[in-house]
Design a protein around this ligand. Structure first.
Ligand code: PLP
Length: 428
């Protein structure tokens, strides 16, 4: 029996001490759902849907906004609304949930995978610049976990090169860059309301945009091509990507709690980062000074194995040990898209436009060393419900990290835990 919980020692946190649960709802949400059930408006431009859309758009400080089926569809609709289609190149970070790139394939565009910054895991502006060709039409930035890319530099590069800027905000409802909400900086913003997200209705999505023309296109694309306010003279080819009034009801409840929860997580994340920064070999993620409010889907930190003097250990060992000390699912960040078990463009016959396209969408043609290092060695993440805890909970986390760092020789004695291929709450 060793000192670490993974070798049979006493854990830092008693297993009976639970972390806050997610998702959260209250009696008012249940009452609203019941009211919707008894009404005769269950979907299709319902009053709760538009009330939510108005309030959420206002909160993110965007000009226009509307609901759609989920976050993947939100990206797909954004691309279509911007006129992006067959063979157009869209620059996408290699570190993200597969949906960011999969949505590009779904409009027959070519996702061009580029590497991320080592200290934010967000798309690196230098890599964007190097990847631009005369076929590039757009850049999708992902506000990943609690970090943001250099939005000022990326926006100005997109302007200079005449590229659309799409923000994948699936992780960061309530994040602000110099006071502007995510989704209000680029041309179109895309949100997910999937169960694990910081604003959720089980499944759902949202688009924000800055012009009435784009809004009307997005409206039409999510609504079987029908034009805004019933106009059929400019109808488009599309499908049904609407949401229901029950989803909107749950979102209205969540939105009432959102800002307080975001602020609570942000304060805890800053406190935890200040504690982790004191542990040699442990590196907090970089919070850019332009971020006026950070929103966390996952909390992340990095391990500098050279500094820790253990090049034979990885984040898989560390996160398994941390899960035993604290409870919950601590795990490596996303699989990079060039090696992701759920990003398999060649398994879908409809992507087989021709031999050239087939080759262009092969993810194995990319080298993404920073993404790979984060996923295979240095990164550790945990779902945001942990940040809803108390200050003392954050101290438990820092204590557990310090304990493992002080007992790495013991961690070496156990067989390497298996790397999970499809992971839990922290993933999607
Ligand atoms: C970064 C990112 N983009 C897009 C999505 C897709 O959202 P959804 O699961 O609602 O389709 C997710 C959610 O899993 C995500 O994390």
């Amino acid at each position: 029996m060793g000192k670490l919980a993974i070798t049979g020692g006493k854990p830092v946190r008693d297993a009976k001490k639970k972390w806050p649960q997610w998702p959260i709802s209250d009696a008012a949400d249940a009452a609203l759902l019941s009211k919707i059930t008894r009404s005769n408006r269950w979907s299709f431009d319902g009053p709760y849907e538009w009330e939510f859309a108005r309030r959420f758009t206002e909160y993110q400080k965007a000009k226009h906004g509307l609901c759609c089926a989920n976050g993947t569809v939100a990206i797909q609709l954004a691309l279509e609304a911007l006129g992006i289609g067959a063979y157009d190149e869209v620059i996408v970070p290699g570190m993200t949930w597969q949906a960011t790139a999969a949505a590009c394939l779904d409009v027959n565009a070519v996702p061009i995978l580029v590497d991320v910054e080592p200290d934010t895991w967000c798309i690196d502006v230098k890599q964007i610049e190097a990847a631009i060709t005369d076929r590039t039409r757009a850049v999708i930035v992902v506000h990943l976990y609690g970090c943001m890319p250099d939005m000022t530099a990326i926006k100005s590069l997109c302007r200079k090169k005449n590229l659309f800027l799409i923000e994948d905000c699936a992780h960061q409802h309530g994040a602000f860059w110099k006071g502007k909400g995510v989704g209000s900086i680029g041309d179109v913003g895309c949100f997910s309301f999937q169960e694990s997200k910081v604003l959720s209705c089980g499944e759902g999505g949202f688009n924000t945009c800055q012009t009435q023309t784009l809004f009307e296109k997005l409206y039409s694309l999510r609504n079987c091509g029908r034009g805004w306010q019933g106009d059929l003279t400019h109808a488009l080819q599309s499908g049904n990507y609407r949401i229901t009034e029950w989803q909107a009801g749950i979102l209205l409840g969540g939105l009432k709690r959102l800002d307080k929860q975001v602020k609570h997580r942000d304060a805890n994340a800053m406190y935890l980062n200040s504690l982790l920064a004191q542990i040699p070999g442990v590196l907090p993620m970089r919070r850019r000074k332009e971020i006026t409010q950070a929103s966390y889907f996952n909390f992340a930190f990095r391990l500098d194995w050279e500094r820790l003097g253990c090049k034979d250990l990885t984040n898989v060992h560390f996160s398994a040990a941390l899960s035993k000390e604290l409870g919950g699912e601590w795990e490596p960040p996303y699989d990079p898209l060039n090696k992701c078990a759920l990003y398999k463009p060649h398994t879908k016959p409809r992507h087989n436009l021709n031999k050239t396209y087939w080759k262009m969408i092969d993810p194995s043609r990319y080298r993404l060393p920073v993404c790979e290092d984060a996923n295979e060695k240095s990164g550790v993440v945990v779902h945001h419900h942990v940040l809803l805890g108390t200050k003392k909970d954050m101290e438990d986390v820092a204590e557990a990290v310090a304990k493992i760092v002080a007992n790495l020789d013991e961690l070496r004695q156990i067989p390497a835990p298996k790397r999970k291929k499809y992971r839990g709450l922290a993933t999607v």
